[in-house]
Ligand binder design. Sequence first.
Ligand code: ADP
Length: 254
Amino acid sequence: EAETKESLRKETILYLDGVSVSFDGFKAINNLSFLLQKGEMRAIIGPNGAGKTTMMDIITGKTRPDEGEVFFDGDIDLTKHDEPAIATMGIGRKFQKPTVFEGHTVEDNLALALSGSRSIFASIFHHRDEEEEARITGILETIRLYPLRETSAANLSHGQKQWLEIGMLLAQDPKVLLVDEPVAGMTDAETEETARLLRDIARDHSVVVVEHDMGFVRDLGVKVTCLHEGSVLSEGSIDHVSSDPKVVEVYLGR
Ligand code: ADP
């Protein structure tokens, strides 16, 4: 059995098995198992307090589990690394609120993200070679902001700022992207475009999307995991999960 588990794990980009974490005796995550295959996009849903944020915190090393296994890219044991180390391994996380450099253009925001450790001044004024230009152009196209590349980030809509921040994560070349409620506060048109945008990104990245908006989750068209009380309540297609009596009860019961 140990051998099957290991070969199963090798295929995954994220592997959580039997993970638990308590805060002051309260089990926020309770024997959680979650597998994300390399190249897969998954939507995570669940009522408030289900443990979605804590699960992301465990993956990024912000919270250390009390029990269980957490592996990245098949065989990197994340429980042996701290948050700064994990951040350099290729796990990109986007929080709900967009954080972009408002005083800089869209293009310069991406240049900043691309250069990582260079200073803001050095990144913007440094001569970009063809390869960097091509990467920035590619990301601008992916995030639907090529026509706005010379616009100040301060002048973008809320939705466009979310896309820019996703682009800044892409610039860091992550293996897996964790995206928290990307469409909160977006217009309907932006929400629909975001589903397409994430599907484009998922062609060559593994992605986890935490989201409340069921219409959007349906648009993503990917496997869904519903968390409740820190473990998986239901998993499968959106049709399967949304009609699962256990899920219906949890959502109606509030
Ligand atoms: P979700 O993101 O699904 O809304 P959370 O992961 O934020 O859920 O929270 C899961 C449970 O753990 C909640 O009951 C929450 O109050 C609790 N919790 C989360 N973080 C902490 C913390 N640092 N200290 C105490 N309780 C926490």
